[in-house]
Every structure is written in C-alpha cells, then in structure tokens.
Design a protein around this ligand. Structure first.
Ligand code: AMP
Length: 506
C-alpha cells in the first residue's frame, strides 16, 4: 500500500501550507491527495465525495493558489445548493486564504441583496454563491463572470434535486470557455453526468468512499488517564463496558505488543495485530476475530488499515490517533447498521486539548466517560433505531442543555431534516451558533455578550444560553439574530482575536 503524501508534496505554495499547518491539518485526506495535483495541473475534475471528506480544501487550495490578488475581477465562483453550505464553504476558503491576499465573498438568498452588492463592488476574487442568488445578481448586472477562470460546482446532485440544474447551465455558459471546472457530488445521477459531459473538458474522475460519515451515530467519550495507570484504567473500562467485541488502537507496534502481553497476563482473552507479525499470524488473528471467537483485538492503525473489520461494539483509542481523520476512520468501525457502537478515547492531562479539537474538526461531541450503570441512572439513552444517538455532553454543559437535546431527539427525524438551512432551531426556536474561540483566547461569556449586543446589535434579551469551552463557544439565538451574528461578527475580532462565526452543526 502506498504511503499518504504530505501536503508539501502536492505542489501547494508556502502561504497555503502555513495556513494548513495552523489549522492543524497534518496530512491530506484521500480526496485532497488525489484532486489537488490534478487541479494544479489544470485538469477538470469530477470528485465523487461527500461532506466530511475534506472536499472543500481539495478544490479550494488549488483555486487560491492560482488567483491573482492584483486583479479586482471575480476570477473564481463556487456554486452551492444551500445557504448553509455556501456559508460553510466561504468560511473554509477564508481560513485557507489566511496568508494570501484574496477576498472571498458569500452571496446567498434570505439576506439583503444590497449588502451583497456592495461587497461585490469592493472586489471579490472568489464568489461563493447559492444558485438562485447568483442568477439574481447576474440579472441585476451586479456580477460579471467574464473573468471567472475557475468554476466549482459543489454538491451538484443536490443542486439537481432542488431544480437548479438549468440555472447552473446558464451560469456555466456565461463563464469563459477556457475555464477550469470542478464538480463535486456525492452521487452522479444521469443529468449530472450529462452536465459534466457538456460543460467540462476531459475531466478526471476521483471517487472516495465516505466510510467516516457514520460517526455521529456513535456514542463517543473520553477518559482522562495518568500515563502510568493507563493499562489499569483500560481494564476498568473494559470491565464496566463488557464489550462483545472491541478493537483497542495503539500507536506503535511495540506499544501494541506490550499491551497485548499485559492484558493477557491479567487473564483477558486478547490477541494483537501489528506489523511485526507474519502474514500467516495476522490472517489467523483476523479470522478468529471475524468469526467472533475473540473478544478483544489490540491493533496498530497500519495493521488494521484496509482490513474489513466492522460491526464491533467498541473502539478504544488507547493511544490518541494522529489526527481527526484517523479518529473518524478508527471509530467508523463500530456502530454500523443500527447497532450500538461506543468509542472511548484515552487522553493524558497534556493531551486533553485534543478532545475539543477533534470535536470541532469532526463536528461531533465527546463527553467524559461514565460507567454504563451511572449513565443509565441520570441519562436514559434513546434507542438507536428510532432516534439519532444522543451525543455525550461535553464537560461543563449546562443542565438545561441535556433536556433540550433530548427534546430534539423526540422529534421525528424527517421533521428535523426539513428545518431551514442554517442549523434550524431547537424546541425554543433557537439556533445554535458556533464561535471558533473560547476561554483559551481570553473570551468568556461577558465578552461574547458584549460582541453580540455591541457588534452585532442584537438585543440582550434575545440572547439565549452561552457556553464557553476552551477552544470554542456556542451561543443560542433566534434564527434572524443568528443570521445577524454570522453576518456581522464573522471575520471580526473579539478580545483582539479574529473569530469565525458559523452555524453549529447538529
Ligand atoms: P469538508 O468535507 O470539506 O466539509 O471537510 C470536513 C472537515 O474536515 C472540516 O471540518 C475540515 O476542516 C476538516 N478537514 C479537511 N481536510 C482536513 C485535513 N487534511 N486534516 C484534518 N482535517 C481536515
């Protein structure tokens, strides 16, 4: 199996690499590794990839690399089906453009068009747009596409479902014929394939399987441990959890072999899977595990890579995974097809900050681990088949929050999905807004309240619960006020720190 390339081997320019480094992206995702060199080489690309695969950086980085900051013309457009995706893509592109002089402007429906027109007049190298609003702006001559050399169609299948394909074609016809076009879509239904055939030039198709997408249905928790008590704590967790089958991930071969010995010494039925074993030995262990003859498997990432081990009840990250992608990949092995899956991650005090980082990057919640009996006492777990899994509460959550989250779960899924783009509202009609700074940046509840009232001109009485974590914060606001918070605070500074403000994902 070939090694994953590093970002600096993909041909990206230093200012972009710096931004990635600051964002904590240590290595490219599959779609990034394959799409970035193709796009940098000037090819049209069809990327069959869903949200969560890192597709935004896959198309965003090459685009930012080739834009000319010296020209004020709109050189790139990204078309999105929904306002929520439009905002999300804009924020991601701005983060990737941190060290280049590129203006990224979002235009979407449901917000005053005049404000967007004036933003466009000031110059927008990249315009990220919902299809309807872009048509509107083109018709009003507020935007011209004669210099749009890069065109990205994001979530093309959704644009088709929403009836935008004809408008997309009209927009494509207004762009220069020598442009580079990239199309991303989770599926490629016939009309999308036809569009690609008609409007793209000899495209390269790249497909990635979104295995990781099931993770938000897995109950996730962390356990803080002292390095020297790790094995004891593991045994305690295993006794409490009584997994039917668990994979315990270690970072190194030596670590895996040692843990395997220690657990066996304590009388547990366990086998290891790591790179120092012969192929025959590994196959033997795999077969036993797959046939459910073995409850516990200690494995390294490399040994477990590509092996079809699924449907385990527990994944235990004895050693922290190297990055969020790997976390998602590891825990994706549990909780399939409506079964209960639990993922438990061990962290030392020094590594404690990694948890909010993973939570943010994977947009999931990881609460502190509690033994199952205690969990049942004060937080009855909903049955997975009927509702989405309740995510464990992050430490420090307010008591009212749990009740509200549970109230949300009682709603039928279909109704929740029909909520307006932008995170929808909870039982009180409040929308949760995410701010990428927290107590570490010197931001507390008062500072946020001040920014919301003074900066975004939101009446104090309309501000719902505020929750400040170490690295980020949440505030709940009525829908309209949430939109204002995004519009007025995103990209501004609070306590001298530039903030990103976006709708929190469920
Ligand atoms: P996307 O599929 O573009 O919506 O990205 C999903 C999430 O993965 C976002 O939160 C990104 O910030 C994050 N992400 C994208 N690329 C990487 C990477 N190479 N390493 C770590 N996180 C990433």
């Amino acid at each position: 199996m070939s090694e994953t390339k590093r970002f600096d081997q993909l041909g990206l320019a230093p200012p972009l690499l710096t931004a990635l480094d600051e964002l904590g992206y240590t290595e490219p995702t599959a779609i990034q590794e394959r799409a970035i060199p193709e796009l940098l080489a000037g090819h049209d690309v069809i990327g069959q990839a869903q949200t969560g695969t890192g597709k935004t950086a896959a198309f965003g980085l090459p685009l930012l690399q080739y834009l000319d900051p010296g020209s004020q013309e709109t050189q790139a457009i990204v078309l999105t089906p929904t306002r929520e995706l439009c905002i999300q893509v804009t924020q991601a592109l701005r983060a990737y453009a941190e060290h280049v002089d590129i203006e990224v402007v979002a235009v979407f429906g449901g917000a005053p068009i005049a404000t967007q027109q004036s933003r466009l007049r000031k110059g927008a190298h990249v315009v990220v747009a919902t299809v309807g609003r872009m048509m509107d702006l083109l018709n009003r001559r507020s935007l011209v596409l004669t210099s749009a050399r890069y065109v990205i169609l994001d979530e093309a299948d959704e644009m088709l479902d929403l009836g935008f394909i004809e408008d997309v074609e009209k927009i494509l016809r207004m762009c220069p014929s020598g442009r580079q076009t990239a199309l991303f879509s989770a599926t490629i239904p016939a009309p999308v394939a036809r569009l690609a055939e008609r409007y793209m030039y000899d495209p390269v198709t790249i497909r990635v399987t979104p295995k990781q997408l099931t993770v938000d249905a897995i109950e996730q928790a962390y356990v803080e441990v002292e390095p020297r008590n790790k094995t004891e704590r593991l045994i305690e967790v295993l006794r409490a959890e009584e997994p039917e089958q668990a994979i315990i991930f270690c970072r190194t071969k030596i670590g895996a072999a040692r843990l395997d010995d220690q657990l066996r010494d304590r009388g547990l039925r366990v086998k290891a899977l790591h790179g120092d074993m012969s192929q025959g030995q590994r196959d033997g262990v795999m077969i036993q595990f797959k046939e459910h003859k073995l409850p516990l498997l200690v494995a390294t990432d490399v040994a477990a890579r590509g092996l079809d081990i699924e449907h385990v009840t527990h994944v235990i990250n004895y050693d922290l995974p190297r990055n969020t992608e790997m976390y998602v990949h590891r825990i994706g092995r549990t909780g399939r097809v409506g079964r209960t899956g639990r993922a438990i991650t061990f962290v030392t005090a020094k590594q404690r900050d990694e948890i909010p980082r993973i939570e943010h990057e994977a947009k999931i919640a990881i609460g502190e681990w509690e033994p199952p009996e205690e969990r049942i006492e004060h937080a009855p777990r909903p049955r997975r088949r009927e509702h989405r899994a309740r995510k464990p509460e992050p430490k420090g959550a307010r008591p009212g929050e749990q009740a509200r989250d549970r109230a949300r779960e009682a709603e039928p899924a279909a109704e929740r999905e029909a909520e307006p783009a932008g995170g929808g509202g909870d039982a009180n009609g409040l929308v949760k807004v995410f701010i990428n700074r927290g107590s570490r940046s010197g931001i507390g509840e008062d500072e946020l309240r001040w920014a919301l009232t003074e900066g975004a001109v939101i009446p104090a009485r309309q501000i719902g619960p505020i929750r400040v974590l170490e690295r980020f914060s949440f505030v709940e606001l009525p829908g309209e006020q949430a939109a204002l918070a995004l519009e007025r605070l995103d990209g501004t500074k609070i306590e001298g720190k530039q903030v990103r403000v976006e709708y929190a994902r469920d």
